[in-house]
Design a protein around this ligand. Structure first.
Ligand code: KIV
Length: 269
């Protein structure tokens, strides 16, 4: 008798994980082979991030990534994920209006097979999130450091140390949830602010450089496998010496679930 496959992770099971304090393990993937390893090792959510512009295409930023690139890589990943929920990233300039966001989300979901889309931004994206939610598109929002705005920000920096910016981020998080967002990535945010936002929301928060109190963690796959030329402070090399890729991914999932990753050295205070 063949084993029953694990049920797919959904927006409902992610909320249940938050309520039951089970940490959510998320990683990026951009191709079928890695997607299968992540799915097999119990990664709950696989993000086809526009970080592929940097780790796959060799650009300095995510800005040059196109919709065609995102659809191509999302399709490769979704083919191999039987349990994980797959998020397709909307790249720079692909969601400058609610209608454009809707058209491009349809491409990620219909051509790419994504189960959710992700976009960066706070208050200015509330109308877009509402439009997507209204049409049945699950949305992961993204606050804190927004890499698509790197040229406007003047570099990759921690966001929310200033009290007014922190207050705005909390308000934005609530507004995005109220507009229908299902998940919220917090990138490079001080630990106490990420904790405050996490406690204020019913939807799960996923931290990257945002401390242990988030409901889950995400890393760029190439950073946690130790093969990025410039791995950020908030990442950890899970492959160490001698582990296989599958063992490194298992170690990551176990560390996130146990709450032992991130450690203080990966956080901003
Ligand atoms: O593109 C990406 O991989 C991301 C993560 C860093 C959250 O947005």
């Amino acid at each position: 008798m063949s084993a029953k496959p694990n049920p797919r992770v959904t927006v409902t099971s992610l909320r249940k994980m938050k309520r039951e304090a089970e940490k959510i393990a998320m990683l990026t993937a951009y191709d079928a082979s890695f997607a299968k390893v992540l799915d097999d090792q119990g990664v709950d959510v696989v993000l086809v991030g526009d970080s592929l512009g940097m780790v796959i295409q060799g650009h300095d930023t995510t800005v040059p990534v196109s919709m065609d690139d995102m659809v191509y890589h999302t399709r490769a990943v979704t083919k191999m994920c039987q349990r994980a929920l797959v998020i397709g990233d909307l790249p720079f300039m692909s969601y400058t209006s609610p209608d454009l966001a809707l058209r491009n989300s349809a491409r990620l979901m219909q051509d790419g097979g994504a189960h959710m889309v992700k976009l960066e931004g706070g208050a200015p994206q509330v109308a877009t999130v509402s439009q997507l939610a209204h049409h049945g598109v699950p949305v992961c929002a993204h606050l804190g450091l927004q890499p698509q705005s790197v040229h406007k920000l003047g570099g990759y920096r921690v966001q929310g140390r200033d009290e007014a910016v922190a207050r705005q981020m909390l308000d934005d998080a609530k507004a995005l949830q109220d507009a229908g967002a299902d998940l919220l990535v917090l990138e490079c945010v001080p630990v106490t602010l990420a904790e405050q936002i996490t406690q204020a929301l019913e939807i799960p928060t996923i931290g990257i450089g945002a401390g242990r109190e988030c409901d889950g963690q995400v890393l760029v796959l190439h950073d946690m496998l130790g093969i990025s030329p410039r791995a950020p402070k908030f990442s950890h090399d899970f492959i160490g010496s001698g582990a296989t890729i599958a063992q490194a991914v298992t170690a990551y999932v176990q560390a996130v679930k146990a709450g032992t990753f991130p450690e203080d050295q990966h956080c901003f205070f």
